[in-house]
Design a protein around this ligand. Structure first.
Ligand SMILES: [Fe+2]
Ligand SMILES: [Fe+2]
Length: 357
């Protein structure tokens, strides 16, 4: 199968990682802000509702609007002197503890790690805003256009909420990691509406829900927990849109087309997984005398590695792909081999389409 980002791959034992080390190349990726994207615009003259579930989702989106400025209590303090999340949930807190660093350093390391992760979620939110804007053009039914338009305002609100949280409470927004930039550009540049929808709505929205839900479960900061809860509620609606759209696409696809979508979904998430946390470790590791390669090899060597590693994947995106028929007998061994899928993991569930719709 074709693997993405070949030029940055190397082997750590049995595992193939993607590692960006050349600062100039990363900078060039970040400076590539003028991206050509193919768009096929579809008019429709049918203004009635054709897809009832999508209309319901749109109605639900209208009712559940919220205001990032007034619905969050921005007076709640966030402190570097306390663990922002449980230390067990922070790779850098664990690493600094094992290195014998004091608790002040462990707390600062956890704070920086969450700050980095939130920054990447923020950049992902910008991609979602832009991709969803594309969907208002490429979708051919009015229900889809209305729904996509309602998601555009959700994504703007998510950008607002995350950006304000970091500007007001954390002080830093870290730049986008190389792996994420490449993958988001692939989604934004995807030629077909099917791939745009699968890539953003099913894969990245599904991952976002998994990551945010885990972060929220480990969060010790009430303001962040509330922010995540609200964003997550919107994201599960977005992932439900992905499932509803892709269900129809898969039903209408030929075997070859379906296989192509299945392989493409794997290649995107495989690349995301192959980075492990190396982009973060290259950014923050030096500050805490942490060697990115050493800590990643240690993590990959853990007995429970696959169980821990698969948590955000098993949460939403894998159950959804399975339900859609986009992880089949043909490919599931690959998902297991790279630690994205395990037999069962705590908290496994698909996106609650019925609940969201
Ligand atoms: Fe979002
Ligand atoms: Fe979203």
């Amino acid at each position: 199968m074709h693997k993405l980002i070949q030029e940055h791959r190397k082997r750590f034992g049995d595992f193939e990682v993607i590692e960006f080390v050349d600062e100039e190349k990363i900078e060039a990726l970040r400076n590539d802000i003028d991206v050509d994207v193919p768009l096929e615009l579809n008019w429709t003259w049918n203004y009635g509702s054709e897809v009832k579930e999508l209309r319901n989702l749109y109605e639900k989106g209208k009712v559940n609007q919220w205001n990032a400025e007034t619905d969050l209590d921005w007076s709640v303090p966030v402190s570097r002197d306390e663990f922002i999340v449980n230390p067990e949930a922070s790779l850098l807190a664990q690493a600094t503890r094992l290195m014998g660093k004091d608790e002040v350093t462990q707390k600062a390391a956890a704070f920086d790690e969450i700050n980095y992760l939130l920054s990447q979620l923020l950049h992902g939110e910008q991609a979602a805003l832009q991709l969803c804007g594309q969907l208002t053009n490429v979708c051919d039914k009015m229900d889809e256009k209305w729904y996509a338009a309602s998601q555009v305002i959700d994504e703007a609100r998510h950008i607002e909420a995350f950006a304000k949280f970091m500007q007001r409470k954390m002080g830093t927004i870290y730049p986008i990691g190389g792996t994420l930039k490449v993958l988001l550009d692939i989604l934004l540049r995807a030629e077909s509406a099917q791939k745009k929808t699968l890539g953003m709505q099913t894969l990245f929205e599904g991952m976002a829900v998994g990551i945010m839900d885990f972060m929220r479960s480990q969060c010790r900061t009430p303001l962040l927990a509330e922010l995540l809860r609200r964003v997550e509620q919107d994201e599960s609606r977005h992932a439900a849109f992905g499932v509803l759209m892709m269900r129809r696409v898969v039903r209408e696809a030929s075997t070859d087309e379906k296989n192509e979508l299945e392989d493409w979904a794997f290649s995107i998430l495989e690349a995301l997984n192959a980075n492990q946390q190396l982009d973060m470790l290259h950014e923050l590791g030096p500050k805490y005398d942490i060697d990115p390669e050493q800590i990643t090899r240690a993590f990959l060597g853990m007995e429970q590695w696959a169980t821990v590693n698969s948590i955000p994947f098993m949460h939403t995106v894998i159950p959804n792909l399975r339900n859609l028929g986009l992880i089949t007998e043909r490919t599931q061994a690959q998902w297991r081999r790279v630690g994205m899928m395990v037999e069962s993991a705590p908290g496994v569930k698909g996106v609650p389409v019925a609940a969201a719709g």
